[in-house]
Design a protein around this ligand. Sequence first.
Ligand code: ADP
Ligand code: ADP
Ligand code: ZN
Length: 223
Amino acid sequence: MKLILLGPPGAGKGTQADYLQKKLGICKLSTGDMLRAAVASGSAIGLKAKDIMAKGQLVSDDIMITLIRERIDQSDCKPGFILDGFPRTLTQAEALDATLSVLGKHLDRVIELQVDDKKLIERITGRFSCAKCGAGYHDLFKQPKQAGICDQCGHTTFSRRDDDKAETVIKRLEAYHRQTAPLLPYYRQKSVLSSVDGMADIAEVTRQINRALELDKKIMENG
Ligand code: ADP
Ligand code: ADP
Ligand code: ZN
């Protein structure tokens, strides 16, 4: 299964990608996580991406396309992958199509998480994650089961992203509407787009995604 999770910052892509990764046993490629790791390691890509990310702008298509091409071809992605945060421009989407077609693969589904801008600000400003394993949480909507202890790994320190402050979030939302939203008609035209109500609670969004993917399975089984 080859999936894309598409939606504005804070829509719930990472949260649902984690769930799908566990359920489907396929790899999750989160370009935001990959870039943050590159920044932390001080690699050449990290040095180029750091200031752009801090300003809430998009990193260049060339860098992103190279990053994804290298990953998709690795053995853990052979059974399939979930893309979280890529593609974010039409150029990236076209490059992905070209890469997949060379590998003799195609996208199974693109899932759009629809969330109003006002809700996104609330989601992003309350977001934090485990400093050790990266598991995602929210001050109001997804607290660890035991306060101060990560559900996944038991670690007790958490972190917040520098670009999750309100003024940068507004820049990121602008970038989404201007550069990423045009991907919706692009994938709709290819008949691979399913839109789900990302305003619903986490479990309900998961149910809606499952329904969209079940439908695909049935269509494939029935030819
Ligand atoms: P994205 O990867 O699209 O930026 P995240 O998955 O990181 O979004 O979600 C943003 C924040 O909102 C996180 O703190 C997450 O715990 C929380 N969240 C995700 N989905 C929902 C939802 N359906 N309802 C409420 N909060 C959510
Ligand atoms: P969110 O989860 O809030 O949608 P991400 O973690 O996916 O944010 O991305 C964080 C930042 O990394 C973006 O604001 C952008 O600067 C950069 N980035 C991530 N993916 C891409 C991409 N596909 N193209 C360009 N820039 C990207
Ligand atoms: Zn953890």
